[in-house]
Design a protein around this ligand. Structure first.
Ligand SMILES: NC(=O)c1ccc[n+]([C@@H]2O[C@H](COP(=O)([O-])OP(=O)(O)OC[C@H]3O[C@@H](n4cnc5c(N)ncnc54)[C@H](OP(=O)(O)O)[C@@H]3O)[C@@H](O)[C@H]2O)c1
Length: 392
């Protein structure tokens, strides 16, 4: 906890967007009454309309401060960063809009959380702003939504149930029902349409990032060996395994030789084939401007799944951890992964940085490294389940 003299504990930037408004609703319903928080966005009228809707949830939101912030206006971003202890931003695609906010928070020593799942963005921000954030004490925590909290904290939770000081192997298996918003679609198309930039960013990061001394951390790539499969599994090359491996590199508790594999589990072969074909089709369509434009028209920014649809969505991530002769199976589960639970995860991450007693960290850090046990406790109290299913 620092910067106590600043006017706001938490500023939520992007409060007028689909996920931003859900996060604002979560904070309106769950932030402790003494939390000094504010809404930020580029349109004062739209911000005022969001505040009116929040006031119906919690009358205390009537006087919530509204800050006009456009990521293209450096002065407005700087003022926001200097006025807050924590900035939570849902303004994406992050590769397009995100850097000014990270840069201003790193410079001002302001803690930062976002919802990015874009590896290019995270790697570029590490290369450009990590060192300054370390210097100022800012904790820059990307991927505080469904990407990648269940996977990162689920692995952290699993490791706590395995022996210390020995080689550990953890595999995560996702099952979920969900639907995408416009912001998510635009960000996903940006990821698969920008593969050369992603490779360059990863290479540049590898060049400057120190490796853990005397320890090994490995990402298991490719299909799961047949003997270890139950049902249909496909490797999931999202940002999640990268984040898990960064936590393992930062925390001694993951042991001298840690490996992680990340998969999606499907009950039926046609679903596995459909998912693989969909991913290949989207990647191909995102390479060429006319098909990319058609793809982006499928869902407009600001749109997303209805409350009725979200109420039917769910997720379960099962982890199988092995090491030192022990095997443990754990599970993280909850409701609508992409939006209702993501808003909860982002809101609780911001409150955790603002209010909890946490291990000292600075620079670009993961949720497990910066907030580990405290954030798991918060999410459990908020209805996201972390449990052990089997242990010897
Ligand atoms: N990791 C996860 O699990 C997860 C889950 C959900 C969402 N996300 C990510 O979160 C991001 C937002 O998604 P969404 O569906 O909520 O998007 P959205 O509805 O399009 O909202 C985007 C927000 O950004 C604001 N914005 C755009 N340009 C801006 C600028 N120059 N300055 C200030 N604000 C600006 C918009 O303001 P206006 O209202 O003024 O247009 C809006 O508030 C996406 O990158 C998405 O991938 C991640």
């Amino acid at each position: 906890m620092g910067n106590d003299d600043r006017p706001y504990d938490v500023v939520l930037l992007g409060a007028t967007g689909f996920t931003g408004e859900l996060t604002a609703e979560y904070l309106a319903g769950h932030a402790p009454a003494d939390t000094r928080w504010a809404l930020a966005g580029r349109s004062p009228d739209r911000l005022a309309a969001v505040r009116d809707r929040l006031t119906a949830i919690n009358p205390a939101c009537k006087d919530l401060p509204l800050l006009r912030v456009d990521t293209g206006d450096a002065a407005s971003v700087r003022e926001m960063a200097e006025s807050a202890r924590v900035v939570a931003t849902t303004v994406g695609p992050y590769v397009r809009y995100g850097e000014p906010v990270v840069a201003a928070c790193a410079r001002a020593g302001t803690d930062y959380v976002d919802l990015t799942g874009e590896p290019t963005f995270v790697d570029e921000m590490y290369v450009r702003h990590h060192a300054e954030a370390v210097r100022t004490g800012a904790r820059i925590v990307h991927a505080c939504g469904f990407d990648s909290i269940p996977h990162d904290l689920g692995t952290y939770f699993t490791v706590q149930h395995l022996p210390e000081g020995t080689a550990l192997r953890v595999e995560g298996f996702l099952r979920a029902a969900g639907a995408a918003s416009g912001g998510t679609l635009h960000s996903a198309v940006g990821i698969v349409g920008g593969l050369p930039r992603m490779v360059r960013a990863e290479r540049e990061r590898r060049r400057v990032e120190p490796r853990p001394a005397g320890r090994r951390v490995r990402l298991l790539r490719g299909p799961l060996p047949r003997a270890r499969r139950a049902g249909w599994t496909l490797p999931m090359p999202t940002i999640d395994p990268q984040i898990v491996c960064r936590s393992a590199a930062a925390l001694q508790r993951y042991g001298p030789d840690f490996s992680y594999g990340h998969y999606i589990s499907l009950k039926r072969l046609p679903s596995a084939v459909g998912l693989a074909a969909g991913a290949v089709g989207m990647t191909a369509a995102a390479q060429v401007p006319p098909t990319r434009a058609l793809l982006l028209k499928l869902i407009e920014p600001g749109d997303g799944p209805s409350a009725e649809r979200r109420a039917r969505n769910w997720f379960k991530v099962r982890f199988v951890g092995e090491g030192g002769g022990r095997r443990v199976v754990t599970e993280v589960s909850g409701g609508d992964p992409g939006y209702d639970e993501t808003a909860k995860m982002l809101g609780e991450s911001a409150l955790c940085l603002a209010h909890d007693d946490l291990p000292p960290t600075a620079g670009q850090v993961t949720t497990a490294t910066a907030m580990g046990d405290a954030l798991i406790g918060r999410l459990q109290r908020a209805g996201i389940s972390f449990r052990v299913l089997q242990q010897p």
